[in-house]
Design a protein around this ligand. Structure first.
Ligand code: DGI
Ligand code: FE
Ligand code: FE
Length: 192
């Protein structure tokens, strides 16, 4: 991943995404870079993953199910009823098709950025956490604490994020994706 590649990804994204969403992905990319520095991961790959993680949000949510059908992307009952969840899987598809990203580690980190997954790779963790803590976020509780923890103990920050997210989803009575629950059980249920 060269600087050139990152510049061309940014340029494309700035044309496809609304301004707020573009600002968000740039912020995630820089926080992902900072976490990569802290935990010893390839900085450019982290930046690229951060930039493209929400690229499917260039499209309207009502197009997600038809697009998944068309591209042969499988979805479960929860995703059918909450199609916004599909922006993660669709994002990996568009990252490959429109942004020429072929690195499986980057593509996986996009697929799992919303729900996490058991036994996440370091890049999965970096993108998952960066998405939650980027400077533009303000709605979640104990953000300051989680932001500090992200740079002290990445896994502990993941446990905090998963606990808060599950609690939030339950309080709103949102349907929980089985993989969100599996991730929660893996990281919070048992200690890792
Ligand atoms: O795309 P972003 O807004 O940057 O962030 P994201 O991809 O992490 O999506 C965040 C939203 O996804 C947040 O409102 C919580 C929601 N979410 C995460 N897991 C689940 C979920 N929503 C439902 N219904 N079920 C889940 O399991
Ligand atoms: Fe997202
Ligand atoms: Fe995001």
């Amino acid at each position: 991943m060269r600087d050139n590649d990152l510049d061309s990804i940014k340029k494309k994204l700035s044309k496809k995404l609304k301004k707020d969403r573009y600002n968000h992905v740039v912020a995630v990319s820089y926080i992902a870079a900072a976490l990569a520095m802290r935990y010893g991961y390839n900085i450019k790959k982290a930046e690229a993953a951060g930039l493209v993680h929400d690229c499917a949000k260039a499209y309207k949510t009502k197009k997600f199910i038809p697009m998944a059908e068309k591209f042969g992307i499988e979805y479960n009952e929860i995703e059918r009823r909450n199609p916004q969840l599909l922006h993660a899987k669709l994002g990996a598809y568009f990252a490959k098709k429109d942004f020429e990203i072929t690195d499986p580690e980057i593509l996986d980190s996009i697929i799992y950025h919303t729900t996490g997954r058991p036994n996440m790779t370091l890049l999965d963790k970096i993108v998952f956490v960066a998405d939650y803590i980027e400077p533009g976020r303000y709605k979640q509780k104990r953000l300051q604490e989680i932001r500090e923890m992200a740079f002290n103990d990445l896994d502990e920050s993941i446990r905090m994020i998963l606990s808060d997210t599950l609690e939030h989803l339950q309080s709103k009575k949102y349907a929980i994706n089985p993989i969100t629950e599996e991730t929660y059980n893996f990281y919070v249920g048992e200690k890792h």
